[in-house]
Ligand binder design. Structure first.
Ligand SMILES: NC(=O)C1=CN([C@@H]2O[C@H](COP(=O)(O)OP(=O)(O)OC[C@H]3O[C@@H](n4cnc5c(N)ncnc54)[C@H](OP(=O)(O)O)[C@@H]3O)[C@@H](O)[C@H]2O)[C@@H](O)CC1
Ligand SMILES: Nc1ncnc2c1ncn2[C@@H]1O[C@H](COP(=O)(O)OP(=O)(O)O)[C@@H](O)[C@H]1O
Ligand SMILES: [K+]
Length: 523
């Protein structure tokens, strides 16, 4: 499990630790880790640190101080280091003195121009860290548009990225590697910020941190969550998932949601709706009923809405009246947006909403949250949007897109590290809905079901796309058994994951399987 903490959490932990340690200790720990990573990168690219060209972009705070001190350590190993001060009057005095003492060159941004940056083997982005607000200011903006140096290493956070949310409110500097101190920040794990961070590495500095504001699953976490039949299992104890999907207009959505559900670990899939004939023809193992959820037999979770068309209203109403977890997707969400959060008020079992940003905009408008939001704005503020949905509907919200984010009404949140933009293909969301519903039926808690499903779905998309080729939703569903095996085999780390990265608060076992992950487990 990877953990990310907000600026406020980091500041509090930092203050507590600094009170017990001599001045400057934390910064020196951070700097030592940062310089070691830079030295490794230079040695990897050029064979040695000696003689390499390093540029330090230094802003006015401690982030600039970290970069200057690291520059000094590299200069002492023979690198030719140039510091460019973006706010010369406020540059970190200790860092500046250290760099000068190590014979580094110190220039203002007017003196340096862009040449030192573009010609460097390695550039350190120490413009701004967790103290940053807004995008890059004008003196730093040209670096974002300039030709790239060999490698850009962001100090703690890529400058211009909001550390708490991953929002990029203006111009930001793209990094190849981000060296984060003490813990990851949510903005490193959520697009658009995550796409600026490159590979994220963690340097422990000894912070004593509270529970993370955001977590991201890794292979062992997902493996521990996935249900596995035991000797006492039968199909009912493994869970039956009900799928109310498809319509005369969109029969394919029923097939795709069922395909996802069949590969999600439930013991049986029950389909209700107008595509019953097509479903049995394609998947003879599925139990089918025409009509709505109320007339179908007992299930342990419902999936309602994919391609639901004109039947979505009834399916939603009947599923919500049940006492089992309900996943609402697609047309079910449009219907729910019309009804507003009151439609969930009487529920005794969990509800999981799986909107893309367009559906999220409708849901928030339906929750009467001020002027109707625009989908583009919601995509740029993914974590905030997921939290808003979860809190407005008092339900678990999985917001789909370039980084899928899951939020609980309690404030707990997860970002998904797998996936590929090849998944932006018609029907792939239907597969995800079926898969997540199946995990709910198998007994996983909604946050676990949603985040494990997004993880597997993202891996399946990548596997289907191979080195980069269009995929269909059917391809994604077909890859699910293989990625299930990959996860258990401990293969391939997720995108942007620093190897061995573990925040200061991580327990060696991470947060293991929820109790409900046992085969046959129930809410
Ligand atoms: N916490 C820890 O445990 C540890 C933290 N450490 C390090 O400290 C860093 C935090 O340092 P910090 O608090 O000095 O803030 P920092 O990010 O340097 O920025 C503040 C300065 O930038 C300015 N500024 C603001 N926005 C801006 C913008 N958009 N563009 C340009 N400038 C902008 C702002 O000026 P103002 O807004 O007042 O004009 C202010 O002067 C942290 O990220 C990590 O690297 C490690 O050394 C050790 C352990
Ligand atoms: N740019 C992207 N990068 C990664 N994944 C994406 C991107 N755009 C969409 N996806 C994923 O593709 C799937 C699309 O789902 P959805 O929008 O519901 O499509 P449909 O309704 O056609 O099934 C979701 O899992 C979503 O997270
Ligand atoms: K930075």
């Amino acid at each position: 499990m990877r953990h990310a903490h907000t600026v406020e959490q980091v500041r509090a932990a930092e203050a507590a630790l600094m009170a017990r340690l001599p001045d400057g200790t934390l910064m020196q720990r951070a700097v030592a880790g940062l310089a070691a990573t830079c030295a490794r990168l230079l040695a990897g690219a050029r064979g040695r640190v000696y003689g390499s060209r390093v540029v330090v972009l230094a802003g006015s705070g401690d982030n600039g101080g970290d970069a200057l001190y690291a520059g000094a350590l590299l200069a002492r190993r023979g690198a030719a280091v140039t510091a460019v001060l973006l706010d010369p009057a406020r540059a970190h005095p200790g860092g500046l003195a250290a760099l000068r003492a190590a014979r580094g060159l110190v220039l203002t941004e007017q003196e340096a121009g862009l040449a030192a940056f573009t010609g460097a083997d390695l550039a350190l982005d120490g413009i701004v860290g967790i103290g940053g607000r807004g995008g890059l200011r004008p003196p730093a903006q040209p670096y974002a548009a300039a030709p790239r140096p060999g490698t850009v290493v962001a100090v703690d956070v890529p400058s211009g990225v909001d550390p708490d949310t991953g929002e990029v409110p203006g111009v930001a500097l793209r990094a190849d590697v981000t060296v984060a101190f003490g813990t990851l920040k949510p903005g490193l794990l959520i697009d658009p910020g995550a796409s600026y961070a490159g590979a994220v590495q963690l340097v422990g500095i000894g912070l004593d941190l509270p529970p993370a504001a955001l977590t991201a699953l890794q292979h062992p976490d997902v493996a521990a969550l996935l249900p596995r039949p035991d000797t006492e299992s039968d199909k009912y104890r493994r869970g039956v998932v009900g799928v109310a999907a498809g319509s005369a207009r969109y029969p394919g959505a029923a097939l795709l949601a069922v395909a996802g559900a069949l590969r999600g670990g439930a013991g049986a899939v029950r389909y209700v709706g107008t595509a019953a004939e097509e479903v049995v023809r394609r998947f003879p193992e599925v139990l089918v009923t025409e009509g709505g959820p109320a007339g179908a037999g007992r299930v342990q979770a419902w999936v309602v809405g994919p391609g639901g068309g004109e039947g979505a209203e009834r399916a939603l109403r009947e599923a919500l009246a049940s006492d089992v977890p309900v996943l609402v997707d697609a047309d079910g969400l449009t219907e729910l947006a019309r009804l507003g959060p009151a439609a969930l008020a009487g529920r005794t079992a969990p509800t999981l909403l799986t909107p893309h940003t367009g559906e999220a905009a409708r849901l928030l408008a339906g929750a009467d949250q001020g002027p109707p939001p625009q989908a583009d704005g919601l995509a740029a503020a993914r974590l905030r949007t997921a939290h808003r949905l979860a809190s407005a509907y008092r339900a678990t919200a999985l917001l789909k897109g370039s980084t899928t984010v899951v939020a609980e009404p309690t404030g707990e949140a997860r970002s998904n590290p797998t996936g590929t933009s090849w998944l932006a293909t018609a029907g792939s969301g239907d597969v995800l809905a079926g898969l997540a519903g199946s995990l709910l039926a198998a007994g996983l808690a909604p946050l676990d079901a949603a985040s494990a499903a997004a993880y597997l779905h993202g891996l399946a998309g990548r596997r289907a796309a191979g080195r980069g080729a269009p995929v269909t939703a059917t391809d994604v569903a077909r890859q699910l058994p293989a990625v299930w095996r990959d996860v258990h085999g401990g293969a391939a780390p997720a995108r942007g994951a620093g190897r061995g990265a573990r925040p200061d608060d991580a327990r060696p076992d991470g947060r293991r399987a929820a109790a409900g992950a046992r085969p046959g487990g129930r809410h």
